[in-house]
Design a protein around this ligand. Sequence first.
Ligand SMILES: [Zn+2]
Ligand SMILES: [Zn+2]
Length: 275
Amino acid sequence: MKAEPKAPILPLLRQILDVQRYYRDIVIAELPLTRKTWDIQNYILECERILFSPRLFREICIRLASLMTSHIPETDFISLIFNLEDSTLEALATTVQCCLEPDLVEAMGITVRELRLHKLCPLDPSVLAEFFLAAIVPFYIAYAYQQAPKGDWQQGWCPVCGQYPVNGYNRPGDGRRILGCWMCETEWIHSRLTCPICSSSQEGQLMLFLEEDSNRRIQVCDTCGYYLKITDCTQAQTGCDLQLENAATVFLDILAQRKGYRPASHPQRFTREMR
Ligand SMILES: [Zn+2]
Ligand SMILES: [Zn+2]
């Protein structure tokens, strides 16, 4: 059990995370995978597929939809979900995974438009994409939970699903840098001095933080302009729950983005915008 952040996080995010992790365990129980040790070249899900169940996906959607509606009444997903056939839900899972776009936020946006789901309800396609992405997360974390990527993974992206990290921590004991995947919750060791996006060495790296909370920092790379949020856990008993930590450190995102840096989690999107 990892230490929880002290700062309060948005209650809705916490509740969404609780639903996702609850269903992670149900997915593992209903769709178990044989644990494999991978000698991976790129990332595991580049060639494999998650195990998916339209019935469970619908159940997760309904749980998340009622949570969203209780916090934000104008977001009504329920009637849409009841109108979608199992075959459409299967198509959604397949399309997002087969999409040539590696960034899963973007891939889900493309999927929603390709399946014309936004034509079935008045919500904006990007809102729908975000919702369906949150609902497919339990299948990804269940999949990742049952994998054992080899320990010498040195890339800046997730060894299981290929997404870039939004945050990480310096672990207790040896102080090594642990990066975490925002999508599937896989954690991996990465050099403290190397930028996960452009691999440049960051000897003279810039760290931003607020005086009153100096254990939580932003590490920016002046070569590529991306940033990571890093929590120093070297003096703590345990590492931290990176999903909760991410939600509790939105103030760091604001600080970094005001200075013109971009989150490391979605580099493809910004590269495309710059073209
Ligand atoms: Zn991942
Ligand atoms: Zn960089």
